[in-house]
Design a protein around this ligand. Structure first.
Ligand code: ATP
Length: 444
């Protein structure tokens, strides 16, 4: 990518996302709401494709992982047991000078709103002592808002999996090792959201919990690290921009035996994209103690009962989408004009192919509309006949459409069309059945 060092790349991406309909500020006509974003036509398609790609590789292509879709509201006792009520806190400081609020553990990377080139540590403002702030959103279930009706918006999807461990095991008859996967919304009252959709208060997670014998945890931990790394490669990311970060003893969460994050080099620095954690038997043990439900598993291989260890892979959907936007963003100068290309992998591109008649006459629009209808039975395609063909290509490059099919004078004679590749700019002439095979191969 030509723009790695460009400081304003995030501004360019935010503005392209709005202009092309990937992502809009939430409730914009009311002035927006801090850190809330809405996915537009292209963005919601891209997000759905990312989720489908994850779901497919985690569940449909394997027989050892089951999917679930648990509710956002859970029994409040779940969050006491999990430690979220007592420990899901971030340390918060206020600046007495400018009244801004920061996470005390992220001061170095934070920016002073009055002097954006400086951090709150160097801007000269006076900071308060850190105090703990619980990140869970609370609300009340039912009409009486008292202490007995408090519920939380789930801050992670994982707990919905743990409390359904027995249900899934018994109904699916899976044998250990096996996993449970879930995609869903999570909510955190982040002190300092920001960097576009990187840190939001409402976001989506793609989590998988893999239940294993306690003696086999290290092996499965390595296995899932490899699998998740490979998934990002298949997503089409530039792997030089990914790295592993191992949690040291001080960083390790209270429940974790080992933890590695996959980090991506965003324009604002290396940041976590996904966590792969060995959570030991902490979660099931705690839920067993709290509910008196027997979470132990009887393993015929070892003729023994044990509480399974859990290997967790926890990714953010929105953060993956941001990574795909940043990683795919490219600028090139063509004939003196600066052009933007979103180089999404065809697997996840919102529109797989565009269909253009070269000109609006000589039977070309009619031919093109038939091609559009035929391709539309299998792929998300887009028809465009307005303006010069060069402009139409440019619009599709910005939308990240990998292929454009153009119907020209020769098509009317021999039914061949040009298929133009967004990244190589190569144009190959093909007839209809072959175009379907070509796109099927690329998209899968
Ligand atoms: P961070 O250190 O960035 O706050 P975390 O370690 O608390 O993240 P986890 O609890 O491990 O994050 O959550 C798993 C994944 O969920 C993260 O890797 C990230 O992709 C996503 N995620 C977590 N918090 C947010 C958020 N506020 N906005 C968007 N995605 C998030």
């Amino acid at each position: 990518m030509a723009n790695d060092n460009n400081n304003d790349i995030m501004d360019k991406i935010v503005s392209l996302c709005k202009r092309r309909g990937f992502i809009f500020p939430s409730s914009e006509i009311y002035g927006g709401l801090s850190s809330s974003w809405d996915y537009g036509p292209l963005g919601s398609e891209l997000k759905r494709n990312i989720k489908n790609f994850w779901w497919d590789s985690m569940t449909n292509r394997r027989d050892d992982i089951e999917g679930i879709d648990a509710s956002i509201f859970m029994h409040p006792g779940v969050w006491v047991t999990s430690g979220h009520v007592s420990e899901f806190n971030d340390p918060m400081v206020d600046c007495k000078t400018c009244k801004a609020r920061f996470r005390a553990d992220k001061l170095e990377e934070a920016r002073c709103p009055m002097k954006p080139s400086k951090s709150p540590l160097t801007c000269g403002g006076e900071l308060t002592e850190p105090r703990q702030f619980n990140l869970m959103f609370r609300t009340h279930l039912g009409p009486v808002p008292d202490d007995n009706s408090i519920v939380y918006l789930r801050p992670e999807t994982a707990q919905g999996i743990y409390v359904n461990f027995l249900n899934v095991k018994n109904s699916s008859r899976q044998k250990i090792p096996f996993g449970i996967a879930q995609i869903g919304k999570a909510f955190r009252n982040e002190i300092t959201p920001g960097n576009f959709i990187f840190r939001m208060r409402e976001f989506e997670q793609m989590e998988m919990q893999y239940f294993v014998h306690p003696d086999e945890d290290a092996r499965w931990f390595e296995y899932w690290r490899e699998q998740r790394w490979e998934w990002y490669r298949q997503l089409g990311l530039n792997m030089n921009k990914l790295r592993w970060h191992e949690h040291g003893p001080k960083e390790l969460a209270h429940y974790a035996k080992a933890a590695f994050d996959i980090e991506y080099e965003f324009p604002f620095g290396w940041q976590e994209l996904e966590g792969v954690h060995n959570r030991s038997d902490f979660d099931l043990k705690r839920h067993m103690e709290a509910t008196n439900k027997d979470m132990r598993y009887f393993d015929e291989r070892f003729a023994e009962k044990f509480i399974p260890f859990i290997i967790e892979t926890s990714a953010g959907t929105d953060r993956t989408l941001l990574t795909v936007l940043v990683d795919g963003y490219d600028e090139m100068e063509i004939k003196g004009e600066k052009r933007v290309f979103m180089r999404f992998s065809p697997k996840i591109a919102p529109i797989k192919a565009a269909v253009f008649p070269l000109v609006k006459k000589d039977g070309m629009p009619e031919f093109a509309l038939n091609v559009y209808k035929e391709l539309g039975k299998r792929f998300k395609v887009f028809y465009d006949e307005s303006g010069a063909v060069g402009r139409r290509y440019a619009r599709m490059d910005e939308a990240g459409t990998p292929f454009c099919v153009t119907i020209d004078g020769q098509t009317i004679e021999d039914e061949t069309m040009t298929v133009r590749d967004r990244d190589t700019m190569e144009q190959i002439r093909m007839k209809m059945p072959r175009i379907i095979d070509f796109l099927t191969e690329k998209v899968n």
